[in-house]
Design a protein around this ligand. Structure first.
Ligand SMILES: [Zn+2]
Length: 385
């Protein structure tokens, strides 16, 4: 293989694109794609950069989704080499964003460059959508652009998200959905006072802990074929006093649920509010909800088949399809009716000091994306293969 994917990854990693700063990554990518016939639409929202590149006029659309932003590097002196100076050691490329997910973007672009001479013969359009707001609030990125896509594309049929899905080896895992994420902040008011005078106080910490205890003991659902059961976790707990002889006047907790499509967020909120009222009076309770992601899942379709076959041919392994991990931008594309599958490199080092990617894996990923496009082309032409 040539050095194209490695060189493009290095060029992207050397741009310090901490959310929401794109630091010129998308212009560099747009120039490469323009050269092979893509039409480029820069779609900034506030200080977030978004770019949509489209090749081909008609047919169904395969949309590649990715992000050019990275998480902050942490303490830069803790890195063996500076996080934004890509450096090669022992067959690996080190730098922030190598695995999450500048390597995947480079791999998809070099795959497109190799396909370019024959792209007109593909039975689908290729579109690429990148944002610089995935690792941050994810508010002005794909969330904003997804609803506008139909004014550029007649439909979005297949969506390949380049997030690092692999566990131990490239291609061992793909994601075919993600759980939803619902957070609540609960405040319980009571009557504080001296611990030695229990008749004069109403301890809100007791009510809150009974409430949280019941939530922790609740079985929310049993999951689905594709999803594990919904999980509940307390993430924060405090009172307004920090001394051993005072009963607090109020108590606060935060909790989060990762939930499957077996439930909706309104089901969960209703059930939790019913439980809350068993322990806490209406005038003593405040519950503030934040829905950060709805769950999504994609039924097996042509894209999953194409990827599974491409992994068998390129990596020689069987793939596991699951819905693990945090949230992803796939959640904004799934409602458009697209089959969403996530395939990217090994995720062992993402968001960590000394993030890195195997250089051979970078080339293999590019081959894998290319093989996926070819196999999808066959399936689109003859769906029953
Ligand atoms: Zn990512």
């Amino acid at each position: 293989m040539d050095q194209m994917t490695l060189e493009l990854t290095q060029a992207l990693v050397s741009r310090r694109s901490i959310t929401p700063d794109d630091a010129g990554c998308q212009t560099l990518i747009a120039d490469r794609l323009k050269a092979i016939g893509f039409a480029i639409h820069h779609l900034p929202v506030g200080d977030v950069s978004n770019v949509l590149a489209i090749h081909g006029q008609s047919g169904p659309t395969l949309l590649f989704v990715g992000h050019t932003d990275v998480v902050p590097p942490g303490v830069e002196s803790d890195w063996q080499s500076p996080p934004f100076t890509p450096s090669i050691r022992d067959g690996r490329l080190y730098g922030r964003g190598t695995a999450d997910m500048k390597g995947s973007i480079a791999a998809f672009i070099t795959a497109c460059e190799r396909i370019a001479p024959n792209q007109a013969s593909l039975p689908f359009r290729i579109a690429i959508l990148l944002t610089s707001d995935e690792e941050g609030p994810a508010r002005d990125g794909i969330a904003q652009i997804a609803p506008q896509l139909t004014s550029y594309l007649s439909s979005v049929d297949y969506c390949l998200v380049g997030e690092p899905s692999s566990r131990n080896q490239l291609g061992d895992t793909i994601r075919v959905g993600r759980r939803g994420s619902l957070t609540a902040t609960v405040t319980v008011a009571g009557k504080g006072g001296h611990v030695a005078y229990p008749e004069q106080v109403d301890n809100p910490a007791h009510r809150l802990s009974q409430f949280l205890g019941e939530l922790a003991d609740t079985t929310w659902d049993t999951g689905t074929d594709a999803f594990p059961p919904t999980s509940f976790q307390v993430t924060h707990l405090e009172t307004d006093t920090h001394t051993s002889n005072m009963v607090p006047g109020s108590a606060i907790a935060q909790f989060n649920l990762r939930y499957s499509p077996a439930l909706t967020h309104t089901d969960i909120i209703q059930r939790i509010e019913t439980i809350a009222h068993r322990h806490i009076g209406d005038d003593q309770l405040s519950l503030i909800w934040h829905l950060s992601a709805k769950p999504f899942s994609s039924e097996p379709g042509a894209l999953r088949t194409a990827i599974t076959q491409a992994i068998q041919a390129t990596c020689g392994i069987e793939v596991e399809a699951n819905t693990a991990g945090g949230t992803s931008d796939g959640r904004f594309i799934a409602p458009l009716g697209a089959e969403v599958v996530e395939l990217g490199p090994v995720n062992a080092s993402i968001h960590q000091i000394d993030e890195s990617i195997d250089i051979a894996e970078l080339d293999q990923l590019s081959e894998l994306y290319e093989a996926t496009l070819h196999r999808l082309a066959r399936l689109v032409r003859a769906p029953n293969q």
